[in-house]
Design a protein around this ligand. Structure first.
Ligand SMILES: Cc1cc2nc3c(=O)[nH]c(=O)nc-3n(C[C@H](O)[C@H](O)[C@H](O)COP(=O)(O)OP(=O)(O)OC[C@H]3O[C@@H](n4cnc5c(N)ncnc54)[C@H](O)[C@@H]3O)c2cc1C
Length: 495
């Protein structure tokens, strides 16, 4: 099975489009209802939020139609497999301290499936910082000391490492006055407040970290999201790295998607249609009509819409969405970064990391694991294409090769590049959610509100791990729970 998403390049085969993917669904349609049938719920989008919502609805006996624009499940989280190695093209690292996704991992028996990135003991066991023309090699202890100093200082907005300002990241606005104040600032504002305390190498690491988090430009990145990530990392400078850039599923994210999808399917309550992009949603006379771009219409008592914030504006709503929701959609998430897999010959780089700002298209690279062929697999990130140092992946692979060669040591041979152009992807128009200044105070509540019989669920406006897989699972489960409550429960309580 293959998806049309993703691209891979090798020196011998050149550029190839599409990747073998466990999440590709064939045949793409199953028991699609006719126009006269009324469903309980239509779920739009088969990413984590949509899959979990569909699973929870169908296991509670609700007749559910899942509509998805792509040819696969998973949305912004999926893996492709090449020569026996699983390349996570989107969401990757998850952890047992992420409560909602860990529950899914455990429910489907994947507790033993962890694999750890950033292994110690490789030949080039150090970090390189590319600060302008200067390349500085640091031991990983020195690298950690810098991160503790700069990231700790950056996030220490209240003199208590954000513990007063944001005591609970799962109730991010609990201390509303402090949060509203922080929300006025961008990451650039905060950087300007503290940068006189650091040297050029330290500033390079901090800028690279920020660009990896939010894609940039740094002036468009809200400080509040950076502080929330710090709080989610246990209010410690190294916590986020340990939780959110460390452990992933050996068998790949699409394996878990399959299990959730198959669970929903085996209830007998799920119908679906893939490669079916929704064009409009109309809520009238107590029923919601959903029409696809090719003109097919279905109706249901409730709709759960899980499409990403940056593409929500491509669906037309009748009645129109309230002004606040529309303004929020217009502002959108700033994160459009490039994520690129780089395989290098042999095992030399197994413990390598790199930071570069401005870089030549990539600002961070970290070693993950060895491929079955014994080559090193690194994951690299570049700024959003519109930001300083950002590159457009659709313009060809040459710029990317230059960027990859620049961020790894010069004597290393690149054997493969694998990537997906999330920025140009019509069903995401960006990567994970990172919000601009003032967004949370102005729009987050409004975004989460139902619009008549249409509910909204997404990692992009979840509580807690907003912008992450965990947030998608939480949001999908919450919306399904709400729909089940308002539709009335049934007798088949099971999971
Ligand atoms: C490159 C990258 C790296 C990431 N790394 C991590 C990580 O390491 N850890 C982590 O926790 N998170 C990570 N994330 C974030 C995580 O992947 C997302 O937050 C999460 O997968 C979003 O899930 P979702 O269900 O809310 O949205 P999505 O997965 O985007 O699902 C929405 C679905 O709606 C579909 N859709 C859109 N428009 C339409 C339409 N008009 N009609 C029908 N269907 C439509 C889309 O195709 C998609 O399948 C990463 C994301 C990216 C892109």
């Amino acid at each position: 099975m293959a998806t049309t998403d993703g691209q891979s390049w090798t020196p011998t085969e050149g550029l190839k489009r599409g990747l073998p993917c466990l999440g590709a669904i064939s045949p793409p349609k199953f028991q699609v209802p006719g126009v006269h049938e009324t469903l309980d719920v239509i779920v739009i989008g088969a990413g984590y939020a949509g899959l979990v919502a569909a699973r929870d609805l169908t296991t509670q006996g609700k007749k559910t139609l899942l509509l998805e624009g792509r040819d696969r499940i998973g949305g912004r989280t999926w893996h492709g497999t090449l020569d026996g190695f699983n390349y996570e093209m989107g969401g990757t690292w998850i952890h047992w301290t992420m409560p909602h996704i860990y529950r899914e991992v455990s429910l489907y028996g994947l507790n033993d499936d962890w694999i750890v990135s950033q292994q110690p003991g490789g030949k080039l066991d150090y970090a390189t910082v590319v600060a302008g023309e200067r390349r500085v090699d640091l031991t990983h202890d020195e690298e950690a000391t810098i991160i503790v100093r700069i990231w700790g200082e950056f996030c220490n907005i209240d003199g208590n490492f954000a513990k007063d300002a944001m005591p609970y990241p799962f109730q991010g606005m609990r201390n509303r006055s402090a949060m509203t104040e922080i929300d006025q600032l961008s990451c650039r504002d905060r950087l300007n407040q503290i940068k006189h305390k650091f040297n050029d190498v330290e500033i390079t690491v901090l800028e690279s970290m920020l660009l990896q988090m939010g894609g940039g430009p740094i002036e468009r990145m809200g400080l509040l999201d950076a502080i929330r990530w710090f709080a989610l990392g246990g209010h410690t400078p190294l916590g986020l790295n340990a939780i959110a850039l460390s452990t992933r599923l050996r068998s790949g994210q699409s394996t878990l998607h399959r299990k959730i999808f198959d669970h929903a399917r085996c209830t007998g309550k799920l119908s679906y249609s893939f490669s079916t992009a929704v064009d409009r949603i109309e809520d009238r006379d107590g029923l919601v009509r959903v029409t696809s771009r090719n003109g097919q219409t279905w109706k249901a008592r409730k709709v759960i819409c899980t499409v990403p914030l940056n593409v929500l504006g491509d669906i037309s709503f009748n009645p129109p969405l309230p002004t606040l929701k529309e303004q929020a959609i217009k502002e959108g998430s700033v994160q459009h970064c490039n994520k690129v897999h780089i395989d290098t010959e042999g095992a030399d780089l197994l413990s390598y990391t790199a930071w570069a700002s401005p870089g030549k298209g990539l600002v961070a690279a970290l070693a993950d694991n060895l491929t079955p062929a014994g080559d090193t697999h690194l994951v690299a990130f570049g700024p959003s294409p519109g930001s300083v140092g950002g590159i457009h992946l659709h313009e060809g692979v040459d710029q990317l090769k230059t960027a990859a060669e620049y961020i790894i040591p010069t004597d290393q041979k690149i054997k493969r590049l694998v990537y997906h152009d999330w920025d140009k992807d019509e069903f995401s128009k960006g990567t994970w959610c990172f919000l601009p200044p003032k967004f949370v105070s102005n729009y987050l509540d409004a975004l989460n509100r139902p619009h008549g019989n249409v509910l909204f669920a997404s990692a992009d406006y979840s509580d807690g791990w907003r912008g992450w897989i965990d947030g998608a699972v939480q949001s999908g489960a919450d919306s399904a729970k709400y729909a089940i409550e308002v539709l009335g429960s049934c007798n088949t309580l099971r999971l």
